[in-house]
Ligand binder design. Structure first.
Ligand SMILES: *Cc1c(COP(=O)(O)O)cnc(C)c1O
Length: 414
């Protein structure tokens, strides 16, 4: 755990940095110092690993997808079941790490942004466990679309603040969280959810998520193989960079990031930034590749998976893509749904829609690689959270019947 010689790099080639107003520099300086200090402290490490084991449920298993491998007839496919972590996805690894860090440095309040709500749910659960009050900023549109996640956050005791500025989605929630933090950082920690934002967030989130890749290294060794290829989906990039981190220097492993191809290749119909579509920009405190329109404004994106529906990519992955160390592909909405059905039928595992993007490309790659090679998919989350989207897409009539029945059933409730 935390084996990186230089845990805070700040810049990755030309990407990264800390482009923020003067007031926030103080908060970020303080955070960087506290983070470096904490990860060199055996007491912090022990506290973190104990809770990863007992609260998060780590290590998460890695399963040999025997039936899928046989059906495809190519490389051996393994699935890292990150979706079996508490709250259903990898997000809790980072939420727990930052939550413990906040407590260690005496912060008494947590704020977070959330889009689809997965990061909000993980943060709210961690705050409940650590006894910290939590406010989650969420765009008004997302509050409406993601009711089940709002319900869970509130059940965990978090206050969900609906953001009504701008497009009322994730970008606006981040702005609101930054505004809050600028005036409250003396007592508040801003618990950012992906490997992006101003330094030290990209480095810090990678370090907390690299538990995934660390376990994969041990689990592959225990089974007596060395991975030839690793595939992960990329929204902001936290599950991918955490999965890849321990293998970045290992040229035997090819690393594949999969972005959302959405419903088409026109700007606005997808969320793929890495195959020449993204432009260099500085947005929300960091320099990276973003989907921008012709006026240089951040472009709205589309993906069936809320977690990949984001215009920017973490700076380290932008750099690794530019240098060619990580290769980027895209899966469409339809391909992701097909992969979700395939792994449910063959392996008894329902992928989150985000992770299904990785699954779709993994199937093609495994076929091309041929037998005898080993490929690992990071299933970043499980699919329970997506039931309102997948059921509508796969079995709309039955789902409609169920929902109308529910509504009729609720008519008497005031
Ligand atoms: C949030 C989320 C993602 C995308 O975020 P990254 O930071 O790119 O990992 C992917 N998968 C799941 C299940 C998520 O909840």
């Amino acid at each position: 755990m935390f084996e990186t010689d230089k845990p805070v790099q700040g810049f990755f080639g030309q990407f990264g940095g800390r482009y923020v107003a003067e007031v926030l520099r103080t908060a970020l300086d303080e955070l960087e110092e506290a983070f470096v200090d904490a990860i060199h402290d055996p007491i912090f490490k022990e506290e973190y690993s104990d809770l990863l084991r007992d609260f998060v449920g780590r290590p998460t298993p890695m399963v040999f997808a025997e039936n899928a491998t046989r059906e495809i007839g190519g490389a051996n496919i393994y699935i890292k079941l990150e979706g079996l972590a508490a709250t259903g996805a990898h997000k809790i690894n980072n939420a727990l790490g930052q939550g413990l860090l906040a407590k260690r440095i005496g912060k008494t309040r947590i704020i977070a942004e959330t889009g689809a709500g997965q990061h909000g749910v993980a943060t709210a659960a961690v705050c409940a466990k650590l006894g910290l009050p939590c406010r989650v900023y969420m765009g008004e549109v997302d509050v409406r679309r993601q009711r089940p996640n709002v319900f869970s956050m509130e059940l965990y005791g978090a206050e969900v603040t609906s953001v009504t500025s701008g497009a009322k989605t994730l970008k606006d929630a981040v702005n609101e969280a930054l505004r809050d933090w600028a005036s409250s950082f003396a007592e508040t920690h801003y618990l950012l959810g992906s490997a992006l934002g101003p330094s030290p967030f990209p480095d810090m989130v990678r370090e907390f998520q690299s538990i995934i890749g660390g376990e994969v290294k041990t689990q592959s060794k225990d089974r007596g193989f060395h991975p030839d290829c690793m595939v992960a989906c990329v929204g902001g990039g936290s599950n991918a960079i955490g999965f890849f981190a321990p293998f970045l220097g290992d040229s035997r492993v090819s690393l594949i990031g999969v972005e959302a191809g959405g419903r088409g290749t026109s700007l606005g119909d997808h969320a793929a930034r890495m195959d020449g579509t993204g432009s260099v920009g500085i947005v929300q405190g960091y320099k990276s590749l973003f989907l921008l329109n012709e006026d240089g404004q951040v472009q709205d994106t589309h993906s069936i998976s809320a977690g990949l529906d984001y215009p920017g990519i973490g700076p380290q992955l932008a750099h690794l893509g530019t240098t060619g160390r990580v290769q980027f592909l895209r899966s469409t909405d339809t391909e992701a749904l097909e992969a979700l059905k395939f792994f449910a039928r063959t392996e008894g595992v329902i992928f989150a829609l985000e992770s299904a993007h990785a699954g779709a490309q993994a199937v093609k790659i495994a076929q091309e690689m041929g037998p005898g090679k080993n490929l690992i998919i990071n299933m970043s989350g499980r699919g329970d959270k997506d039931i309102f989207i997948t059921a509508k897409a796969i079995a709309p009539q039955a789902w409609k019947g169920f929902l109308s029945h529910e509504i009729a059933d609720m008519e008497g409730i005031q």
